[in-house]
Design a protein around this ligand. Structure first.
Ligand SMILES: C[S@@+](CC[C@H](N)C(=O)[O-])C[C@H]1O[C@@H](n2cnc3c(N)ncnc32)[C@H](O)[C@@H]1O
Length: 434
């Protein structure tokens, strides 16, 4: 039980104190971001070169476009697309077998929706998912990417003799033109904590521009979860280490170490043993119906009951995505075997209580899970650490709310506002995932 000792991890109503302690200019470290939007470097080209097919300029607009004009392509977006021109990021994603094999399996499982049909791949990267769709018998695949990686995708498509089927469009989905409706949208859009990177908005744009009513979107659903976590090893490795360094008391370093280690969310792998209780749903997304505005700010309240006595070091976040056909689809009743892969949420055994929801997967649809208990992925889990641990007893209630919002500074960044209280004390942790 918390003793009323001095917790310096941000007191409710005393945010100024927390901000004072932060050291501007110190970036987080030890974090290999898959999709770095870091740096915000201005691309002197002011757009993309090497354009071919329909679009060769970011932000290009069709004067005949009757819908709302697309969002401007900012310098941050240009830097974001630039980061995807690097081979390493694609290598990492493709080598993530849980990710790539689940997508391939989802495409093959939905072959009856794809064969002879028109597909758009939102953010095709190297073209891998477009090629899987062509292999599944698609009549035509529009492979769209605003990054220069599209140039490579075009070469890969050519080398595989698929140029008659896969049309690579080098530009933003918000800007390129496709002169027909499509039957299927496929996209691998998920960022850390699901929403970091804000790519889902582009899938929604593609859906609203081109998808036929009742068309298929893969993945069809996404769910973000959170749970309190205990991670004594991480804390002692980064913080307690300073207590005794070659016999020298360096505990004066500890405050700075906490700032540097815990100011930003940390992408790392934890195990089910680090999790104090069942996760709760922060946001469930149905890709058929979700609106862009819903993603500006996601607010969820939670109430956990710790299943053990432990120091709580923060909150872990992870997600899963599901690949299922639209509810109204006639093929739904006739579709081929459904395969459950991984788990939605977690598969820990104790029964759940109260309002804590374990997302079941009633349709037995294919699921790509990034839970601590699922096979590892390059997304790992994201931990929002408290600056100091909170000791919790078994059955102690931990409650509060979390708000995830797009940063005004750069919509690719995510602001995280976490309120939590336990044993009569309340705290706030503000952080930015950049
Ligand atoms: C996570 S990668 C996925 C690449 C590939 N589909 C795969 O699965 O390996 C996302 C890709 O989407 C592209 N992208 C993101 N937003 C986009 C947009 N609005 N228009 C076009 N491409 C976009 C990025 O440049 C990046 O190459």
């Amino acid at each position: 039980m918390q003793s009323g000792g001095d917790y310096s991890n941000g007191f409710h109503g005393e945010l100024d104190r927390v901000e004072e302690k932060q050291l501007p200019g110190l970036s987080s470290f030890g974090r290999a971001k898959r999709r770095s939007t870091r740096g915000g470097a201005h691309d002197p080209r002011g757009g993309l070169t090497n354009g071919f097919m329909v679009s060769d300029q970011l932000g290009e607009q069709n004067p005949l476009e009757t819908q709302k004009s697309p969002p401007p392509c900012t310098d941050f977006d240009v830097a974001y697309f630039h980061s995807y021109a690097h081979v390493g990021i694609h290598e990492e994603m493709i080598k993530d077998r849980a990710r790539t094999e689940t997508y391939k399996e989802a495409i093959m499982q939905h072959q009856s929706f794809i064969q002879g049909k028109v597909v758009v791949d939102v953010g095709c990267g190297t073209g891998i998912l477009s090629i899987f769709c062509a292999q599944a018998g698609a009549k035509r695949v529009y492979a769209v990417d605003a990054s220069d990686i599209a140039v490579q995708a075009n070469e890969v498509v050519k080398a595989n003799g698929l140029s008659d089927k896969v049309i690579v469009l080098h530009g933003r989905v918000e800007d390129v033109e496709i002169d027909e409706e499509v039957d299927v949208i496929i996209s691998e859009w998920m960022g850390y904590m699901l929403l970091y990177e804000s790519m889902l908005g582009s899938v929604i744009t593609a859906r609203d521009r081109w998808l036929k009513p009742g068309g298929l979107i893969l993945p069809s659903h996404a769910t973000l979860y959170m749970a309190p976590v205990s991670h004594p090893d991480r804390y002692s490795h980064s913080i307690d280490f300073w207590r005794n360094v070659y016999g020298i008391d360096m505990s004066a370093m500890m405050q700075l170490a906490k700032q540097c280690a815990f100011e930003e969310p940390s992408v790392e792998s934890i195990s089910g043993e680090n999790v104090l209780t069942w996760p709760e749903v922060v946001k469930h997304i149905d890709c058929q119906t979700v609106k862009i505005q819903e993603l500006d700010s996601v607010i969820a309240s939670y109430k956990f009951k710790s299943m053990m006595r432990a120091p709580m070091h923060g909150f872990g976040f992870w997600f899963d995505v599901e690949f299922s056909e639209p509810a109204s689809s006639p093929a739904k009743t006739t579709s081929a075997t459904s395969v459950a892969s991984g788990s939605s949420s977690m598969t820990m055994s104790p029964s759940r209580e109260g309002n804590q929801k374990k997302r079941s997967n009633p349709s037995d649809a294919l699921v790509l899970s990034t839970s601590p208990e699922a096979p590892p992925t390059h997304w790992q889990q994201t931990i929002v650490y408290l600056y100091d641990p909170v000791d919790v007893e078994q059955d102690q209630v931990i409650e509060g709310s979390v708000t995830l919002s797009q940063s005004k500074e750069n919509r690719r960044f995510m602001n995280i506002h976490l309120e939590y209280s336990s044993a009569g004390r309340s705290f706030v942790k503000e952080s930015v995932m950049r």
